[in-house]
Design a binder for this molecule. Structure first.
Ligand SMILES: [Zn+2]
Ligand SMILES: [Zn+2]
Length: 241
């Protein structure tokens, strides 16, 4: 499967010299989609229907609520709650009217199921997945076709562990078969190197809290613990698959 190339944003992200260019891109993508759903799309009937039926995962629903846009958010939550209420109502009624204690458990199971179902889909995750596919496709394509990009990438801080599988998955789509083994070995070597650096940096941080090292140089490791978490978990994650 071929995806649309997004050469300019991927190059721009590489130039930012962050810990992972996909974290940078996906953090921005999330921000764009949050703004989209809180923007004029809120008045679009098609979007309203999708918001009510698909909804948002807990993380992105909270992000929307915390974006400080009370007016569009009140429109979204009003219709979303109405639909949640309609879906829950039959099971709430059944439990309210249940006379047999032995049968109450199954109604509680149903109530929980409805609520979990409401949290399962996510319009923002769906859009972010499409965007991530384009970015990973572009990245692998550039690696295989643009020597300048490949060299610049190998001078960067690599990519996080969270985004590694998405990149590896895309290799078969964007490269010729004969390029695959070289790609895998180069990417994995590079990611392993950055992983070792993270391990070394947090270790150095642990040492800096020992009194005998009080006067030693931090070597730029003051925030190593945060970077270590981001190396594992990434930023701008997609939650709902
Ligand atoms: Zn990342
Ligand atoms: Zn989501």
């Amino acid at each position: 499967m071929k995806y649309k190339l997004e050469t300019i944003p991927v190059w721009d992200a590489l130039h930012k010299k962050t810990e992972c260019l996909f974290c940078y891109l996906m953090k921005n993508a999330k921000k764009r989609y949050i703004e989209y759903y809180l923007g004029s799309s809120v008045m679009n009937p098609e979007t309203r229907v999708k918001v009510n039926s698909v909804g948002f995962c807990p993380e992105h629903y909270s992000d929307l609520a915390n974006a400080e846009k009370p007016q569009p958010m009140s429109l979204i939550t009003h219709t979303h709650l109405l639909e949640t209420r309609d879906k829950l109502k039959p099971y709430l009624d059944k439990l309210k009217n249940e006379k047999s204690p032995g049968k109450t458990g199954k109604h509680i199971v149903e109530i929980r199921k409805v609520l979990l179902e409401r949290e399962k889909g996510c319009l923002i995750c769906e859009s972010m997945q499409t965007t991530l596919n384009r970015y990973t496709y572009t990245f692998v394509h550039l690696w295989g076709n643009d020597e300048e990009f490949r060299t610049a990438f190998l001078k960067s801080k690599s990519i996080c562990l969270h985004h590694l599988p998405a990149v590896l998955d895309m290799a078969g789509n964007a490269l010729k078969k004969k390029q695959l083994s070289e790609f895998f070995s180069e990417i994995i070597d590079f990611v392993e190197k950055s992983l070792e650096k993270s391990i070394h940096d947090v270790y150095w941080m642990t040492q800096m809290y020992k009194s005998e090292n009080r006067d030693k140089d931090w070597k730029g490791c003051q925030d190593a613990q945060k970077r270590a978490v981001n190396r594992e978990l990434g930023i701008g994650r997609i939650f709902s698959k």
